[in-house]
Design a protein around this ligand. Structure first.
Ligand code: NAD
Length: 500
């Protein structure tokens, strides 16, 4: 580490490079402290990375899965050896509390093994040779995959793309977000150094780098996680080369508490973290709470009590702290604007949790967590993704009417149903418009490596996790010789439909 923090290079074809400019990153918990800087690329360097990946593809894709597994597991081992150092760096640049950063690294690492196992389960070939003829359906990699990722869980969100892409025989050019760039770039370089040159390339930078990746004819697929507005630009950029996409976008997740939901401190604490992990900066956070009016008053009391006990705002490196700062002043301003709109509409903002003893919140981009009561469905905090530490609570009487209200949204990423009756919860869950519904939990705790995750509507398409998330990186190739054209066959004119 240098005096002014960590210095992270570009990484193209097995070599670290200085890039064309540097981007500095402040510690969001103490903004006078520089955590480090990262080299950023321009369009030319991005094209160089794409060419390098393209050259690496034939050899990497020709390796057997066992050999790719051996190389990726060596990389996973090397990452484990750097876990503590990388987690500290991530906590300091993102503001996420240290145990969560350790968890993100471990989960990202587990994804390498999951990707190999899923590739093996998916199989490479389906082969049939029978009275209808000989049919071979093979699953083949695309080639160069462009991976564009956001800042809020930078390591995990990159690994969700790099793991399956590499396991299935693709090669990658990764463009992480320059807002929180250090730990993810170091993680990717650690893996890249153990693989053949060009298999992983990392180009930091802003929209110019992203646009070059999306529009380049040698990039055969793009996996993008980020906001809806950027995704529209990605779709436009991909149109020229008819490029397939995976889009994991924003959400405005409803959490539904039925009249028999458990209000014990344990369940309420789980609900609180369903919203406030990473200061609410999670795509699949519970972003609007709908509570049956029969239990509303008790719910608000129990929720506030659990939050006051569980949420301690302060330095993400302090072990008692559970909520760090937001990642940027723009994020703070967005949430403050939504709270102002809520107050103007007659809503009441209840501050939650405590502040770490003696800690000065004004030294960083902090916002105290809050619960907002008294809002109608039209409030901006209900209709828009807040992506920060506040959440509105609304009531409902009738489940049919509730479904109309929650489904009236262009975003449909995740959702949750909370009930003491699991059968009832699963029945209602099937009527919610969303790509994923948690039961009696929400957010990270409800994820599973085997459970495909992704959105509907403007929350995106394509999946991560599960076998489906790995299958995104394979394309089908069908080879067919119908029985009718066998040497001994009778119909060889080439004009008939099969079976007619
Ligand atoms: P963003 O859309 O601003 O940026 C995402 C990435 O796109 C960054 O790397 C950015 O540099 C890059 N980019 C910017 N302009 C580009 C362009 N024109 N072409 C190509 N790339 C470009 O999003 P963000 O602020 O980094 O992340 C927050 C958003 O991501 C939220 O909406 C959140 O809900 C969403 N998100 C979704 C998931 C999911 O799995 N569905 C996970 C995490 C975050």
């Amino acid at each position: 580490m240098k005096a002014n923090g960590v210095e992270v290079p570009l990484f193209i074809e097995g070599e670290a490079g200085p890039g064309s400019a540097w981007v500095e990153r402040q510690n969001p918990a103490r903004t006078t402290e520089t955590v480090g800087r990262v080299a950023t690329a321009d369009a030319g360097e991005t094209r160089r990375a794409i060419e390098a990946a393209s050259r690496a593809f034939p050899a990497w894709s020709s390796l057997g899965l066992d050999e790719r597994e051996a190389q990726l597991m060596r990389a996973a081992e090397a990452l484990r050896a750097r876990d503590d150092e990388l987690a500290q760096l991530l906590a300091r640049e993102l503001g996420k509390v240290l145990p969560d950063c350790k968890g993100e690294l471990a989960f990202g690492n587990a994804f390498l093994k999951h990707s190999i196992d899923a590739t093996r389960r998916l199989g490479i070939n389906d082969e049939l040779d029978d009275e209808q003829g000989r049919l071979l359906v093979t699953r083949r990699p695309y080639g160069v995959v462009g991976a564009i990722t956001p800042w809020n869980a930078p390591v995990l969100l990159a690994m969700l793309k790099v793991g399956p892409a590499l396991a299935t025989g693709n090669v990658v050019v990764v463009k992480p977000s320059p807002l929180v760039p250090l730990a993810v770039t170091q993680t990717l370089i650690t893996i890249a150094e153990l693989l053949p040159p060009g298999v992983i390339n990392v180009v930091q930078g802003e929209a110019e780098v992203g646009c070059t990746l999306v529009s380049h004819s040698k990039v055969r697929k793009v996996a993008f996680t980020g906001g809806v507005v950027t995704a529209r630009s990605v779709m436009r950029g991909a149109a020229e080369t008819i490029k397939p996409l995976v889009l994991e976008l924003g959400g405005n997740d409803p959490a539904i508490f039925l009249n028999n939901a458990d209000l014990s401190p344990e369940t309420m604490t789980r609900a609180v973290f369903g919203t406030f992990l990473n200061s609410g900066q999670v795509c699949m956070a519970a972003k609007r709470l709908y509570v049956h009016e029969f239990i509303l008053a008790d719910f608000v009391d129990a929720y506030r009590e659990a939050a006051d006990a569980a949420l301690v705002v302060g330095d993400p490196l302090n072990e008692e702290v559970t909520v760090g700062p937001m990642a940027s002043p723009e994020g703070v301003a967005r949430v403050e604007e939504l709270l102002e709109d809520a107050r103007a509409r007659g809503g009441t903002v209840h501050t939650l949790g405590q502040v770490q003893n003696g800690f000065a919140l004004e030294e960083g981009w902090f916002l105290r967590p809050s619960l907002v009561t008294g809002l109608g469905d039209d409030a901006r905090l209900v209709r828009e993704e807040q992506f920060g530490p506040t959440v509105p609570v609304l009531s409902f009487q009738d489940e049919e009417e509730l479904l109309v209200r929650i489904n009236d949204s262009d975003l449909a990423l995740a959702s949750s149903v909370w009930s003491a009756d699991e059968v009832r919860a699963f029945a209602l869950a099937q009527r919610v418009e969303a790509g994923f519904t948690f039961v009696n939990c929400h957010n990270r705790v409800g994820l599973s490596l085997r459970a495909p995750f992704g959105g509907w509507k403007q929350s995106g398409f394509g999946r991560e996790f599960g076998d489906a998330g790995v299958a995104e990186y394979l394309q089908l190739h069908t080879i067919n010789r119908p029985a009718t054209v066998r040497a001994s066959g009778t119909s060889t004119t080439g004009r008939a439909y099969p079976g007619v």
